[in-house]
Design a protein around this ligand. Sequence first.
Ligand SMILES: [Fe+2]
Ligand SMILES: [Fe+2]
Length: 197
Amino acid sequence: MSKKPTASSDAKKAAKANTETKPFLTDVKALRARARQHIEDGAVTEGYPGDREAVLKLLNDALATEIVCVLRYRYHHFVASGIHADAIAAEFLVHSNEEQEHADWLAKRIVQLNGEPNMDPAGLTSRSHSEYVKGANLRDMIKENLVAERIAIDSYREMIAYIGDHDTTTKHVLVKILEIEEEHANELSDWLDGDWG
Ligand SMILES: [Fe+2]
Ligand SMILES: [Fe+2]
């Protein structure tokens, strides 16, 4: 079994303060610090290379992140409204389904490594690298998703660097996900460049 998540209290405080003070847009710096802390917690486990527990913890944190992304995109799909909403709401659903696919790949890999995929709703948002933010309007929703994608991209890049060539199968799964997160971020960024009045 993987160890209990040990995100630092500082990172948790930063994330909490962030949710209390920000108007709508996530504090990227605090969240990136939190994501990095998760990765460092994994990396300090003794015995790497080939430390299964450390890899399982990273994969379970990524799994939590993907589940939060599934829910956030799905929520946005159903509540999106406004003149541009139909096309974008449809794309939110596409993204949500792709995040679910990532979650499935991660869960499958965790099981292959004899670990337990943690899908417990309790503590989900504290295990996740990104947040569940509703957004006040369609533009905010796009921004929040873009922030989350950027966090995911940073996190996956760091995980890939950490895993290196010690576990090529896990690395392959992470690279495959990273490619799609980059596509998501590009799409969201293009939408933000559109005319929103
Ligand atoms: Fe994803
Ligand atoms: Fe994504």
